[in-house]
Design a protein around this ligand. Sequence first.
Ligand SMILES: *[C@@H]1O[C@H](CO)[C@@H](O)[C@H](O)[C@H]1NC(C)=O
Ligand SMILES: *[C@@H]1O[C@H](CO)[C@@H](O)[C@H](O)[C@H]1NC(C)=O
Ligand SMILES: *[C@@H]1O[C@H](CO)[C@@H](O)[C@H](O)[C@H]1NC(C)=O
Length: 455
Amino acid sequence: MKFSSLSIAAIAALSAPMALVSASSFPSITIKGNAFYNGTDRFYIRGVDYQPGGSSAAADPLSDADGCSRDLEYFQGLGINAIRVYTVDNSADHSKCMNMLQNAGIYVILDVNTPKNSINRADPAPSYNAAYLQSVFATIDAFKNYPNVLGFFAANEVINSENTTNAAPYVKAVIRDMKTYIQAQSPRSIPVGYSAADIAVNRWEQMQYFNCGDDENARLDMFGMNDYSWCGDSSFVQSGWSANVQQYSSYSVPLFLSEFGCNLVTPREFTEVKALYNTEMTSVYSGGLVYEYSQEASNYGLVEINGDNITTLQDYTNLKNAFASTPDPTGTGGATTSNKIAQCPPQSSDWAVDPDAALPAMPQGAETYIKNGAGKPLGLNGPSTQWGESSSNDDTNAEAVSASASASAAASTSAAASATATPSSHKKSSDATSNATPVIALVIAGVGATLAGFF
Ligand SMILES: *[C@@H]1O[C@H](CO)[C@@H](O)[C@H](O)[C@H]1NC(C)=O
Ligand SMILES: *[C@@H]1O[C@H](CO)[C@@H](O)[C@H](O)[C@H]1NC(C)=O
Ligand SMILES: *[C@@H]1O[C@H](CO)[C@@H](O)[C@H](O)[C@H]1NC(C)=O
């Protein structure tokens, strides 16, 4: 174990009960207009995506205190202030990791879905049920008391093509339900967002849809986009980011890159960091998170993990240097509070959602959670909710499902990293397992294998 260069604070946090860490002096992130703030300062996300083992392992890195203390010094070495985690076990204890991160000034953005509990893009209606919401709400309960939770993602990349937009109303209903739950059951307001796939075909419609309508609770608080369009020594214009800044300049809530770092050219130089934290972008974007901390099959790692040992890769050093040589802009960096909410997008061949249709109502059985709390967390081994409240063969399916997630995750990332940001099946998070039956899973794994061969 490499404890030698851990900070005193981190070691203290390892053994300190949660109550001893003062929450009051730690500034939780707030949102004003299209920007984040920590206290009165504008806050830019400088982060990495953190899921050692990848999506297939479906392991909770925030309940692994040894893993957190192993990795913390490397987070600090990079100079980051945020991590995104895709899968957690809502029945586990997260206090040691969360306190270590807090003491290091590192915020957490958390996806609330798991391989067994998420909106199923292939058949969204049955997957939106009370048992699913219980899982989501119990995850909010598990994290709502940590001041360094920056926000929750209601979903990741559920819409990943022009023909999966029927899932959008269910995702928006989950955003609404999470915001309602947080208002009723959380000691503070915590932002709720969506993380969009790197697809050009209807990203703008997604941005509009999740930010439109009279019901404030159903509009997201922040929008993350996975964006691999800056490859190698690209530029603000060539990457398409300049055009995005123009198109998105009217957006009323914070925008950031929930994944970035194209790996078509390696080692990655991260020349995009200079643009992302420059005023040419900060009037519209609030930073981002590099995909990803650990080296996995998809080859996006900054470090190699071997048990307790970390080996930094060239990408780690390059990112560290890019961050170190790129300060945040002074002042507010062009943030605005005057933008208006969006118009719900009209239907088109790329967007099937009727702008006037009501959102799905919260399933009746879920209302008690809003009033009384979510109750007992069921963790990662509870029943699958993706085909309804529960199905009889959940346990037998579990292994086939996670095996498929592994195959598709490994294969799809290289397909996603296209310089032209074409539609991709960039599946790494828990939502990647939306297709949760062995039959469909095997088909997806097969497609993944084909793609892997091709790329
Ligand atoms: C707010 O965040 C910025 C950027 O990460 C940092 O420089 C500053 O010290 C933070 N301020 C507070 C009060 O934590
Ligand atoms: C979407 O279209 C693609 C390509 O035509 C097809 O393979 C896929 O099955 C469709 N997905 C859904 C959910 O209809
Ligand atoms: C970690 O490093 C130590 C010291 O170099 C070595 O003895 C050990 O075998 C390594 N462990 C793994 C899992 O690589």
